[in-house]
Design a protein around this ligand. Structure first.
Ligand SMILES: O=C(O)[C@H](O)COP(=O)(O)O
Length: 247
C-alpha cells in the first residue's frame, strides 16, 4: 500500500430495498434488495472501479441490504478479498413502532406533515416500540451482546448520531492509520449522521439532506480524516425540509 495515495473515504447507501420499493418504514427490519437495488449496487461498484478506486477496508452494518450491496460492489471491483467489519452501530436509524408501516398510509392517518417530521427532523423520535413487541431488537441474536440501554425502541437522527459517532472515532478513523481508501456501506440516516459530522451541518440544515440509494459519495480527506471540500457538494440536491409536505 503506497502512503502517497490520497486518503479517501467513500460513503455508499445500500441499493433500493424491497421496502423502499413498497414505501414502508424499515429501520432495523432486515429486508433484502429489490431487483433495482441489486442493479444499483453493481453499478456503484462499476463507478468506483471506473474512478480508479481500490479499497483497503470496508465497513457496513449488520443488515443484509447493506451487506449485499457491499458484496455486489466489491465483486464488481474484483475486491471481495478486502477486510470487512460489520457493526450494529452502522444500522439504519431504528424507526420504532413505525417499522413495517406504509409511509403514504401513515400520512393519510396522521397527516403528511407529521410523517415528514418523523422522517427528517433532527430530534423528533418516532412512536416507541415496547419490549414485548416482536420488532424489539432484544429478541434478535445478532444484538445479544448489546447492553440493555443500547437496544433502541425508536431513534431520532440525534440518537442515531450518538451511536454512530463513537464507532467513527474509535474504529473507522483509526483504520485510516494503515488504510488509504475506506468504504462505508450503510443506510440513509446513518450516512446523514456521518455527513452532518464531517461537514459540520447545523441541526436545522440537516433536515434538507437526503442520501440517494446506490450512489457512491467520494470524499478526499486530509491527515486528520476531515473532508478537503464540502461533502454535500457531491450529493444531488434535495428539496425536502423539516415539516415539509412531500409530493
Ligand atoms: O428505514 C427506512 O424506512 C429507510 O431506509 C429510510 O427512510 P427515511 O428516508 O424515511 O428516513
Amino acid at each position: 500500500m503506497s502512503n502517497s495515495l490520497q486518503k479517501t473515504l467513500v460513503l455508499l447507501r445500500h441499493g433500493q430495498s424491497t421496502w423502499n420499493l413498497q414505501n414502508r418504514f424499515t429501520g432495523w427490519t432486515d429486508v433484502g434488495l429489490s431487483e433495482q437495488g441489486h442493479a444499483e449496487a453493481i453499478e456503484s461498484g462499476r463507478r468506483l472501479a471506473t474512478a480508479g478506486l481500490r479499497f483497503d477496508i470496508a465497513f457496513t452494518s449488520v443488515l443484509k441490504r447493506a451487506i449485499k450491496t457491499l458484496w455486489l460492489a466489491l465483486e464488481e471491483m474484483d475486491q471481495m478479498w478486502i477486510p470487512v467489519r460489520r457493526s450494529w452501530r452502522l444500522n439504519e436509524r431504528h424507526y420504532g413502532a413505525l417499522q413495517g408501516e406504509f409511509k403514504d398510509e401513515m400520512a393519510e392517518r396522521v397527516g403528511k406533515e407529521l410523517v415528514q417530521r418523523w422522517r427528517r427532523c433532527f430530534d423528533v423520535r418516532p412512536p416507541s416500540l415496547t419490549e414485548d413487541d416482536t420488532r424489539f431488537p432484544g429478541r434478535d441474536p445478532r444484538y445479544a451482546k448489546l447492553r440493555h440501554e443500547q437496544l433502541p425502541l425508536g431513534e431520532s437522527l440525534k440518537d442515531t448520531i450518538e451511536r454512530v459517532l463513537p464507532y467513527w472515532h474509535k474504529t473507522i478513523v483509526p483504520a485510516f492509520g494503515s488504510a488509504n481508501r475506506v468504504l462505508i456501506v450503510a443506510h440513509g440516516n446513518t450516512l446523514r449522521a456521518l455527513v452532518k459530522h464531517l461537514d459540520q451541518v447545523s441541526d436545522d440544515e440537516i433536515t434538507n439532506l437526503n442520501i440517494p440509494t446506490g450512489v457512491p459519495i467520494i470524499i478526499p480527506v486530509n491527515g486528520a480524516i476531515q473532508p478537503i471540500k464540502s461533502v454535500r457538494e457531491g450529493i444531488p440536491a434535495q428539496l425536502e425540509k423539516c415539516g415539509d409536505i412531500e409530493p
